[in-house]
Design a protein around this ligand. Sequence first.
Ligand SMILES: [Cu+2]
Length: 68
Amino acid sequence: MYELQVEKMSCGHCVSAVTKSVQAIDAQAKVEVDLAQRTVRVQSAAELGKIAEAIVAAGYPVVASATN
Ligand SMILES: [Cu+2]
């Protein structure tokens, strides 16, 4: 399980854009976005770095990330 702190997410569109960007890396990924906390939880076999890159490429800065 990865937990990423992601900036600039403000609405449902952002949630789906972030989710799609992660699932473009791993179609099986489970993505849970908490808009209020600005956190994205990801369950995936893909590397955390690749997931973070995809989110950044979608336009959402990743300011912190951790593996739990
Ligand atoms: Cu939005």
